[in-house]
Design a protein around this ligand. Structure first.
Ligand code: NDP
Ligand code: MG
Length: 384
């Protein structure tokens, strides 16, 4: 296939699946980037022969060079390297599959260079939604969602010919702790929180799914991608993850997208849009599944989801605040420094204690992120 992509976050869950889809369809990979996993990045470099790669962690550069000394590839490092790759002009689509708001600057670089983006990195839109959507529209850059719910909505909007959306139904698996009370979640271990019922994903998003922060981030992501108001989004817990989301039109007709829970389907759609050809996944059998279940989300137990909805309703820099607080809190939970419920508590109190301001520039977003992280670090220090 005469198509070329770059992949930021190539060693992660979405990155490796994007490469699998690219290989299946003969899509060329021009550039790769990772944080610190030099071993896998070296294997990918030898196999795919990109012309440029980036390792964000500068201390790993020498090790990477020694692993691929026979390859003629340009090696970049740090944020400058990520942004340089994002802005490569002879690439059809940049796959942004890094985790965290570190993905925002490269997204902006790609937009400035006029490169279309297949976006998995939801933190980009949560923190910098206004800047990203406005500049993408100004430059005529397409953003193809990889997140399964947003891909589903995007698919349900095809052929719509300008009819207005009444609302969207954003489905949620409910994560490993669906139906639990706060009292039951007090002593949750890292291992239990990492055990997602339906999806195999990177650690950060798996914890976000357990706290329902992920659905909160997706609520904000959907508002920016599809120009929606908060009241136009209904979150529905759907344990089987077969309906990936749906759109209700003004005539009350609801169009849903279904499929097995496998990220290669939305990844492939983002890379090959609008083509639908064979995908390396299983076919859906509704009769094997038998029954689909639906429930309302529990905003009382899952503080993070409630905080995200309040943050985007407040607007300004609050979405960046809740995101930054969550990134810091999740890292501490994964390091064994704080308990599971503390994540929600920290996100909620960052929202309640940090003053709101409007976002006019990237610096405003970065400042909000920094404030939220320091807020969380200080709180945790106070508990020690
Ligand atoms: P993983 O943790 O599996 O992978 C993250 C990737 O990002 C790795 O390649 C990692 O490199 C790289 N990375 C992290 N920080 C940097 C950095 N500073 N510079 C360069 N690369 C970096 O995460 P996922 O693939 O699960 O998730 C990626 C994004 O996609 C997240 O935003 C997530 O919310 C979103 N998403 C994921 C889904 C999934 O099914 N996994 C579904 C929908 C959305 P290294 O390996 O070296 O650490
Ligand atoms: Mg999702």
């Amino acid at each position: 296939m005469d198509k070329t992509i770059s992949v930021l976050g190539s060693t992660g869950s979405i990155g490796t699946q994007s490469i699998e889809v690219a290989k299946k369809h003969g899509i060329k990979v021009k550039a790769l980037a990772a944080n610190s996993n030099v071993k896998l990045l070296a294997v990918q470099t030898k196999e795919l022969k990109p012309s440029v790669i980036c390792i964000y962690d500068k201390t790993k550069e020498e090790e990477l060079r020694s692993l691929i000394k026979d390859n003629s590839v340009t090696i970049l490092t740090g944020m400058d390297g990520l942004c340089e790759i994002a802005a490569l002009k002879d690439v059809d689509i940049l796959v942004n599959a890094v985790v965290g708001m570190v993905g925002l600057k490269p997204t902006i670089s790609a937009i400035e260079a006029g490169v279309d983006i297949a976006l998995a990195n939801k933190e980009t839109l949560v923190t910098g939604g206004k800047l990203v959507i406005n500049s993408a529209a100004g430059k005529g850059v397409n953003i193809y969602p990889i997140d399964s719910e947003h891909s589903a909505i995007f698919q349900c909007l095809q052929g719509n010919k300008g009819n207005k959306i009444k609302k969207i139904i954003l489905t949620a698996s409910g994560g490993p702790f669906f139906g639990k009370t706060k009292a039951e979640l007090c002593n949750v271990t890292v291992e239990e929180a990492l055990n997602h019922p339906n999806w195999s994903m990177g650690n950060k998003i798996t914890i976000d799914s357990a706290t329902l922060m992920n659905k909160g981030l997706e609520f904000i992501e959907a508002m920016w991608l599809f120009d929606l108001l908060p009241e136009q989004i209904e979150i529905v817990v759907h344990r089987e993850s077969i309906i990936h989301s749906a759109v209700e039109y003004q005539d009350n007709s609801v169009i849903a997208q279904m499929g097995v829970p496998d990220m290669k389907i939305p990844i492939q759609y983002s890379l090959l849009y609008p083509k639908r050809i064979e995908c390396p996944t299983k076919s859906l059998s509704l009769t094997d599944i038998g029954t689909l279940h639906f429930a309302k989300p529990d905003l009382k137990t899952f503080d993070c989801l409630d905080a995200c909805i309040k943050a985007i309703t407040a607007g300004g820099r609050m979405p960046a605040v809740v995101n930054g607080a969550n990134e810091a809190a999740v890292a501490s939970f994964l390091n064994g420094e704080i308990g599971f419920l503390k994540i929600g508590e920290l996100v909620k109190s960052a929202l309640e204690n940090i003053e709101n301001k409007s976002v006019e520039s990237l610096d405003d977003v970065l400042e909000a992120d920094k404030l939220a992280r320091s807020f969380v670090e200080e709180r945790i220090k106070g508990w020690e």
